[in-house]
Design a binder for this molecule. Structure first.
Ligand code: GLN
Length: 451
């Protein structure tokens, strides 16, 4: 049924980069055979899922939406992929994203933009915009994403679905094409909080293949999603994340949902996190710095695209030609920014300074969590913007991540849950729920109460 739905809406939505009906049906038949043979599989056995094309899959291409990896088939599965297969989920295909997950609109894909199912002239958010659009368009009940600076929560917010960034290290990065290794976090998309929790549990937990994986029990997110009682919970409203620069319709829904939380028995207080306003510039130094190092591996020698190797050119020339042809403009911008920020003479002023700001942000969170159990804010300052509107203005594009980035810098858990439609454009608004490290269950509890 989902493959049929895809055939119907994909020409308009364009959520996927790769679909192979036969591979999907074969996977479904294999799960069916396992169940018939009496194998005990989890609650998601047989459920179809759309998979962001940044997770390695041995039986489907993995491109990170870049020309430099066009047609590449990894020799192995990412840990998340492997765990989903073991749990009996069936992959519908690989979804579109901003190239190497750099962007907030999916317009930076080297292949094609994805359209927001609510209004096809709008973006579905990014970088995991293919995954958010697929779930919002009912092409898939579940999908995967990665969140480095908001790439699960922001697309979830602007397509009216649930998106969760687990605690950093709570879910494995092994086999995910790296963007910024100290920030990258895989997480689930779903149309409701319980579905997101089931998916979260299916792929989370310690992985010896990822040196930053946390060796601690997975928070009981499914149980939390089933018990939306928030009476007595202390909820902090982030003072810095509302007011000027926020769309009126976003603020209206946000203020209503805060009142709803209060009426459900939570104690709501305003909390000031002064360093949060410096998170965006710190992120846009740290993430490009890490990306400039991570993307050095695309050197035309080991795998992927190779341009100009005609026997007359040096390895260095082939490398330069390949990288010039294979990377898109935003990726090049990030590599240049990051290389500059890390270069000797500028390191202390840029990268070093950004790392200090990162510590201040973590301290703001620590101080806030002395007073409250969770923090809330709008997920994004505006609803979905038009395709093309911010494409030539990187600063305007980066503003979409204003509220989501602090949780990445601190490694905390954070969720976006739908909280209604903005009056002026009828587009979805998201509430962001932020919780301390390994307290992911609190996001699910509050999310379920809002839902
Ligand atoms: N939009 C942010 C960026 O462009 C975040 C991306 C992400 O979380 N992968 O870097």
């Amino acid at each position: 049924a989902h493959l049929d739905r895809m055939a119907e809406v994909e020409p308009k939505v364009k959520a996927f980069l790769h679909v192979d009906r036969e591979v999907t049906l074969e996977q479904a038949r294999a799960v069916d055979a396992r169940l018939r043979a009496g194998e005990k599989l989890g609650p998601l056995a047989g459920v179809p899922i759309a998979h962001k094309d940044i997770f390695s899959t041995h039986d489907m291409p993995t491109t990170a939406a870049s020309k430099i990896l066009e047609g590449w088939r990894p020799p192995y599965d990412a840990t998340v992929t492997k765990r989903l297969r073991e749990a009996g989920l069936v992959f519908l295909g690989k979804t579109n994203l901003d190239e190497f997950a750099m962007g907030s609109s999916t317009e930076n894909s080297a292949y094609h933009p994805t359209h927001n199912p609510w209004d096809l002239t709008k973006v579905p958010g990014g970088s995991s915009g293919g995954s958010s659009a697929a779930v919002a368009a009912y092409e898939a009940p579940l999908s995967t994403g990665t969140d480095t600076g908001g790439s699960i929560r922001q697309p979830a917010a602007v397509t009216g679905i649930v998106g969760m960034k687990p605690t950093y290290g709570g879910s494995s990065r092994y086999g995910i094409i790296a963007f910024a290794s100290s920030l990258d976090t895989p997480g689930p998309f779903a149309r409701n909080v319980l579905d997101a929790a089931l998916l979260h549990e299916a792929f989370s937990g310690h992985d010896p293949m990822d040196s930053t994986s946390v060796d601690a029990p997975v928070p009981s997110v499914v149980e939390a999603a089933k018990s939306p009682d928030i009476a007595g919970m202390r909820i902090g409203v982030v003072k810095e994340f509302s007011g000027e620069g926020y769309q009126a319709g976003v603020l209206a829904r946000y203020n209503e949902v805060v009142k709803l939380l209060e009426s459900l028995g939570a104690t709501v207080v305003e909390v000031s996190c002064p360093s949060f306003t410096t998170a965006l510039p710190a992120y846009y130094l740290i993430a490009p710095s890490e990306c400039s190092s991570n993307l050095a591996r695309f050197d035309a020698m080991r795998y992927g695209l190779r341009v100009g190797d005609d026997g007359t050119r040096s390895a260095e020339e082939v490398m330069a030609l390949t990288r010039a042809a294979g990377f898109g403009p935003e990726v090049k911008r990030r590599i240049m920014l990051g290389t500059y920020a890390l270069s000797s003479g500028y390191y202390d002023a840029y990268y070093g300074q950004a790392q200090k700001v990162r510590t201040l942000i973590a301290r703001d969170f620590e101080a806030a969590y002395q007073q409250v159990d969770v923090l809330v804010s709008p997920t994004t300052p505006t609803t979905a913007f038009a395709i093309g509107e911010r494409a030539d203005d990187p600063m305007a594009m980066y503003l979409a991540d204003l509220c989501t980035i602090p949780s990445n810098l601190a490694g905390n858990a954070a969720m976006s849950v739908p909280c209604g439609l903005a009056d002026e454009d009828g587009l979805p608004v998201g509430l962001q729920i932020m919780a301390p490290v390994l307290a992911d269950d609190r996001c699910y509890r509050v999310g379920a109460a809002v839902e």
